[in-house]
Each structure stands twice: as C-alpha cells, then as structure tokens.
Design a protein around this ligand. Structure first.
Ligand SMILES: Nc1ncnc2c1ncn2[C@@H]1O[C@H](COP(=O)(O)OP(=O)(O)OP(=O)(O)O)[C@@H](O)[C@H]1O
Length: 524
C-alpha cells in the first residue's frame, strides 16, 4: 500500500457524461491523494471506463465538470492537457505492437533517442530501457517480440512506457483492469511493479473486478453504480463481503456446488466431448473427456499451452489428434464443422474474434442461427427481438435494448452478449475461454449459474480459465497444464484455489496422504 497522505492530488467534481440515451456518469466526485493507491470498482456498465476516458481526454464531459491537480484547475476532456498535468494511462488493450520488442514499444509515441548525427542511438535506448524496466524488477530480452513474453511482462512494458523515467512528470498512473487476463502468479509480479511505481511517488488509480486485489493493494476505494457515486472508503475499514455489498447492492449467494448428479450421472465412456491426443500450438498430446452434465476445467500459466486449448478443440487452430463430439470424430479442423457437430465456442478475445461491434445486440445474438427467427416472409425482427430481450434479461445485460450497438456496451456486458449467443445454440458441447474475464462479481455469479444450468440440461462444458478460484468454483475436474503437458486431471472437490495455482506453477504435485486422501506435496 502507498504512503497516502490526506493531501488531495487529483480532484474531480460534478462529473457527468451523457451518451445518446445513456447517462454514463452522473455528478460524480473522485479524489486521489498524494502517494496513495486508489481503487475504482463498480458493476459492468457502472461508468469506470467512462471516467477514465474523460480523464484521458478521449471523451468530453458534460458541462459543469471541474478538475484540479495539486489545487491547480485543469480542463477535463483534453488529451494533451491530461498528459501535461501528469496523468498517465495503461488501458486494457495495452497498445503494444506484438511483433516489436520492448525497446521499440517503449519508443512508441515519444520517439527514439538519437545521436548528434540523427541516427537512432540503440545503445542509449538499450541502457535507458534496461534501467527503466530494471527499476520495475524486470530483466528480459528487450529485443524479443513482446508477443513471446509473459502477459505480466507485457503489462510491465506498458506501465514503464506510461510512467517513463518518472522524470517526465508522471503524477498519477491509471491502470484499467491490469490483471484481467493474468493468472495468480503473474498478477503477484504485477503488484510488485505497482508498488514500486507508487513508492517512487506516483499515485495510482487501480480499476479491477477482483476484490482481493483491491483490498490487498489499495489505500482507499471509490465505488460507482449506474453512473453515480456510491461511496469512497478506506480499505482498512472494509471486508470483501462489505465491498461486494457496496458494489452490487446485495450479498453474493453462496455458490451452489455443481454436481453432475443433478442429471443422470455420466457413465465412463459417456463423454460428449472426447479429446484423444489433441496437440498443436504449444500443446503436447492431451487426452480428456467431458461427460454430459459435466464441467471440466483447463488450468495453466501463460505459455503452458492453456491459451491454445479452446481454439484447438474448436478447430480455430491447426491441430493433430482427434476431437469427438457425442461419439463422432470431427473430420476437418474447421470451426464450421465443429459448430455443425453441436459445439459452441466463446473465445477469450471477444472483440477481435467474436463480436460484430457495429451491429446491434439483436444481430450479434441471433447471427449464429437464424433459422428459428425466419418466417415465410424472411427474417422476423419481432421474434428476434423477443428472443434477444429474454437473453438480455437472463444475463442482466445493461442496456436491455436489443437495438443498442454492441460497441456502446461496457466490456463486461459485451462478454455476456457473446456468451448468450453461444448458449442460445443449445450446444452439446460448450467450450469457454475465460468466460468471466472483465465481468463484475454479480454478473460472474450469473454466468456461472447459467453455465451450470446448461450442464444440468445435458451439455458438456470445457472451461479454460486463468483464475483458480473460478475453476474450483465451477468445475468438477480440472486438467492442469505445465509447459505444454497435462500433468493430471484433478477432482476439484478435494482442492483449494491455492493448491491449483501451485500445481499450475509446477511447484506442487498431488499425491495420496496416509489416509488415502489427496494431498499436495512439493514437486520433486
Ligand atoms: N460510446 C458510447 N455510446 C453510448 N453509450 C456508451 C458509450 N460508452 C459507454 N456507454 C455506456 O455507458 C455506461 C458506462 O460504461 P462504462 O464502459 O464506463 O462501464 P464500466 O464500468 O467501465 O464497465 P465494465 O466493468 O464492463 O468495463 C454503459 O451503460 C455503456 O453502455
């Protein structure tokens, strides 16, 4: 935690922002004190990103908003002014060029250091880059394409680029869900980076749906709901349930433990999804079976092969081995073949791979199967709208308007629409890659319930996820990948999230204790 003082560094008052038909922010006040890490939380669509985008100058606020840095007023809604007063941003899309190394990415925006003759001074670049990333605790090859680095290292580069050498006047660093796609081990590393930036005198605004992070990292937290300010609290006075209550206005129900016994217990061999020697893209041959009514997870750190599994199963990546759906092998490696066989897939990067951002929610939802919204006179909009409205209500999507454009929804709400499209197909097999990434605590529970319901209705579900808590809460069994290889498929009823994290890091193995019960031991 930071060394927060009572002195306000950044202050915003009367901040409202209206979009056509939506008031994304309504008379919000927000303050960051010198030296502190300030959390910003709220349900999907509560206005967090809008607040950050107004600060960054991407959106103009409505009239009446006022802001100060160190008691000096400045205009909101203007990018150069934001940069000038010392506001720095790392957005969820880190804005890195994947094929370039850290040095080139650090130079993006500011330009390269040059010799007196005007040529790029690579030596100066390398020294400065090494020094800067070294201060944040990183030591990797600065010329290696960032696509080949760990996710936390990429985030580190984006942070290093944002704060520069600190000498260039960084006062407040805003991090928008920096750990959304980081597994626990890598998130820990990032926290150290955040702390070291903070200790160097830069205040931090930290946006996250992961409340343990907020409680562990922040000094204070501001909660938004429906565009309005709910509360600002010292985290020392809060517990996780209390923060949940402030955020969603109610307690979380205790997760109902999912058991496949809700439906007829699948017999061995009743696998609706069978993977036989599935391999490709960093994954060594994997055997796995998912029965009807079962939810099976895949865990692994970045680079373990986890990222490829969903796409390999669905046929979106070239694979070897066999994938069977309801006993029948999928002939070709082709998503069209997988869909026709009764498999639906929700990819992790929904915007790049699953969303038609310029289309309406109705179009996004029904596009995967139009036959049941077709009548003799063509597409029946009213039927489409009815179906869409039902799904939007079921998943608590905001706004509930089937004619809203997907681009205008908050990130978490976009995720729900993409998920609804897959579930609407009533598939035999559902493959979910990071199903609740960027989704708020309440919506996460809703999504888990819906996935459980789909399983109870007889689907087989494969969930690939970075969060151990999520896998333990949702799955019956979890396959753990380490360095491309599956080290075992574990029963989640005997395992804690920490056990699972340790297994993914290769620092523990699961053996049998004296009473025959599974127990963790250090890896040999
Ligand atoms: N460009 C836009 N046009 C219309 N409405 C928008 C636009 N951008 C955001 N909104 C709406 O403003 C509200 C706040 O969205 P915002 O993205 O700030 O939420 P958020 O708290 O960041 O959510 P998440 O946790 O899902 O990222 C939402 O109802 C969203 O649909």
């Amino acid at each position: 935690m930071g060394t927060g003082t009572a002195r306000p560094l950044l202050r915003i008052e009367n901040l409202s922002k209206s979009f056509a038909g939506t008031k994304a922010l309504d008379d919000v006040a927000f303050e960051v004190r010198a030296g502190e890490v300030m959390g910003l939380v709220g349900q999907n669509g509560s206005g967090k990103s809008t607040l950050i985008k107004v600060l960054a100058g991407y959106h103009q606020p409505d009239d009446g908003a006022r802001a100060w840095l160190d008691d000096a007023p400045f205009a909101l809604g203007d990018g150069p002014t934001a940069a000038e007063v010392g506001l720095r941003f790392v957005h969820q899309d880190l804005g890195l060029v994947p094929s370039l190394g850290a040095l080139d990415n650090l130079a993006l925006g500011r330009g390269y250091r040059r010799s007196r003759l005007g040529s790029i001074s690579w030596r100066a670049e390398a020294e400065a880059g090494r020094e800067l990333l070294g201060r944040l605790g990183y030591d990797f090859d600065l010329t290696r394409p960032v696509a080949q680095l760990r996710a936390s290292e990429r985030t580190g580069i984006a942070i290093a680029r944002a704060v520069g050498g600190y000498e260039d006047g960084a006062r407040v660093l805003v991090l928008d869900e920096p750990t959304a796609s980081l597994p626990a081990a890598e998130a820990e590393r990032l926290f150290r980076v955040v702390r070291s930036v903070n200790e160097a005198g830069v205040a931090v605004v930290y946006v996250s749906h992961r409340f343990p992070e907020i409680l562990g990292l922040c000094d204070r937290v501001t909660v938004l709901k429906d565009g309005g300010l709910v509360a600002t609290r010292d985290v020392a006075t809060l517990t996780e349930p209390a923060l949940v209550r402030l955020t969603i206005g109610r307690d979380l129900e205790m997760p109902g433990s999912h058991t496949a016994s809700d439906v007829s217990s699948p017999e061995p061999g009743d696998g609706v999804l069978e993977l036989r020697g599935l391999a490709g893209a960093g994954l060594e041959p994997l055997d796995l079976e998912v029965g009807r009514g079962q939810i099976v997870g895949v865990a692994g750190v970045t680079g373990s092969g986890r990222e490829s599994v969903g796409r390999l199963v669905f046929g979106a990546l070239e694979r070897t081995g066999e994938v069977r759906v309801a006993g029948r092998p999928l002939g070709r490696t082709d998503p069209v073949v997988s869909l026709a066989a009764g498999m639906a897939y929700v990819p992790a990067d929904r915007l790049a791979n699953a969303a038609f951002v310029d289309m309406t929610l109705r179009e996004n939802l029904t596009i995967a199967r139009l036959r049941d919204v077709y009548g003799p006179l063509g597409l029946r909009r009213s039927r489409e709208r009815d179906q869409t409205s039902r799904w939007l209500a079921d998943l608590e999507v905001k706004p509930r308007d089937p004619e809203a454009r997907l681009a205008n929804l908050s990130g978490g709400n976009q995720q729900k629409v993409v998920l609804a499209r897959a579930l609407r197909l009533e598939p035999d097999v559902i493959v979910l890659d990071e199903p609740t990434q960027g989704v708020d605590v309440g919506a996460k529970q809703t999504i888990h319930d819906i996935v459980r319901r789909a399983a109870a209705d007889g689907a087989g579900v494969l969930v690939v996820a970075t969060e151990s808590e999520e896998l333990i809460a949702l799955c019956d069994r979890v396959a753990v990948l380490v360095a491309g290889r599956c080290i075992g498929v574990f029963d989640t009823s005997t395992m804690s999230p920490d056990d699972l994290t340790e297994l993914t890091m290769g620092t523990a193995v699961l053996g049998a204790g004296p009473d025959g019960a599974p127990r963790l031991a250090a890896a040999p």
